[in-house]
Design a protein around this ligand. Structure first.
Ligand code: P1T
Length: 379
């Protein structure tokens, strides 16, 4: 089936007991068993829930995976994937991931004996050089948050395979509508469903999509053993959200391209980070590996005081963390999403005090341009 058809139908059938076209919220903690050892496949709601199962199957179909498991947040999903490893294992990580991912790896999982090396994964030689005898995983975010660096997934998948390591891709920024890492050779996809997949800024969640049966079995085991599950209500919200994923992504992309072009021409903007711009150093790779560029843009204003003026002057772009909802947001990575990254490292990555990040929503693009134009005029 086509993507938009799968988005609406995959994983869902009308409720057999009522005919309800929308999968109900199964708000229950347990299921009555007919007799000892005889049940309908549902025993306890941490282990199985029909609403969660529907959304897991839905996102699994969109990413073209073998199985998917839903978690209480993107971080819970990432944490569970890292639990596929053992103490003493080594992970190569994109050096410009979401700050919370860096925080989990460096300040939590390191304490449990996992080792991490951060490299610019858009540089294949650097990835190759980072491999150690005990490297079991490469964790890549592409495009990166917030600098929008692109990693060649096919090439890194080849490296991972040669070194018998799993390639994990955080596909939050593109969603399966614009990028399918599994088709490019990745082994595992993770999402913060809080963002584009849910799309309405009203739920926090995460998803792990697997291509190998052994990984799928282990993640299912961990989902139950650790218990960081997506709630029935959030599963239902997410199912509602994915139905319009294609529609929304097309509009985010259309608005994103126009806003990026507008910013690039603006005299108060020093630099724009958006893979859809020809000036982006990896525009050709992005065009090959993604089928669109989405709505995430970062731009350099030059200083904290200039950034502050812009952040404090927009009316439609709301000052808030997060991204991927229908409404436009504006944020300051250095003090918000990436505050847990040490300052020197932020400078090295280009996450300066003057950097502003926007999540371009699906509003009328003329209104969005006008809003940015008026805010930039305050500089
Ligand atoms: O917030 P949560 O659902 O736990 O997801 C974490 C996460 C994982 N991966 C990426 C690429 C992300 O961007 C995030 C969360 N990011 C933000 C909250 C943000 O504003 O960038």
């Amino acid at each position: 089936m086509g993507f938009d058809t799968d988005a609406i139908h995959a994983g869902q059938i009308p409720d057999p007991s009522t005919g309800a076209i929308i999968t109900p919220i199964f708000q229950t903690s347990t299921y009555v068993q007919e007799a000892l050892g005889k049940h309908k496949g549902f025993e306890y709601a941490r282990t199985q829930n029909p609403t969660r199962l529907a959304v897991e199957r839905n996102v699994c179909a969109l990413e073209r995976g073998l199985a998917a498991y839903a978690f209480a947040s993107g971080m819970a999903a990432i944490d569970t994937v890292l639990k596929l490893l053992m103490a003493g294992d080594h992970v190569v990580v994109s050096d410009n991931t979401y700050g919370g991912t860096f925080r989990l790896f460096n300040f939590v999982l390191k304490n449990f004996g996992l080792q991490f090396t951060y490299v610019d994964t858009s540089n294949l030689a650097a990835v190759e050089a980072a491999f150690q005898k005990n490297t079991r995983m490469i964790f890549v975010e592409t495009p990166t948050n917030p600098i929008m660096g692109i990693t060649d997934l096919r090439a890194v998948a080849g490296l991972a395979k040669r070194h018998k390591a799993r390639l994990v891709v955080d596909n939050t920024f593109m969603s399966p509508y614009f990028q399918r890492p599994l088709a490019l050779g990745a082994d595992i996809v993770v999402h913060s469903t809080t963002k584009y997949l849910n799309g309405h800024s009203d739920s926090v969640g995460g998803m792990v999509v697997l291509r190998h049966k052994e990984d799928a079995d282990r993640v299912q085991y961990l989902q139950n053993a650790v218990g960081a599950i997506l709630s029935p209500f959030d599963s239902w919200l997410l199912l509602r959200g994915t139905k319009t994923l294609g529609l929304r992504m097309r509009q985010h992309d259309s608005n994103g391209r126009k806003i990026a072009a507008f910013l690039e021409k603006h005299p108060r903007v020093k630099k724009v980070y958006y893979p859809g711009l020809k000036s982006h150093p990896q525009h050709a790779l992005a065009s090959r590996q993604m089928s669109g560029f989405g709505g995430m843009i970062a731009f350099e204003t030059g200083s904290i005081s200039r950034a502050r003026k812009v952040l404090g002057s927009t009316r439609l772009f709301s000052l808030a963390e997060s991204l991927g909802g229908v409404e436009s947001l504006i944020s300051h990575p250095a003090t918000m999403t990436h505050a847990s990254v040490p300052s020197a490292e932020r400078q090295r990555l280009g996450i300066t005090d003057g950097l502003v990040r926007i999540s371009v929503g699906v509003e009328d693009v003329r209104d969005l341009k006008e809003d940015l134009s008026s805010a930039l005029g305050k500089i």
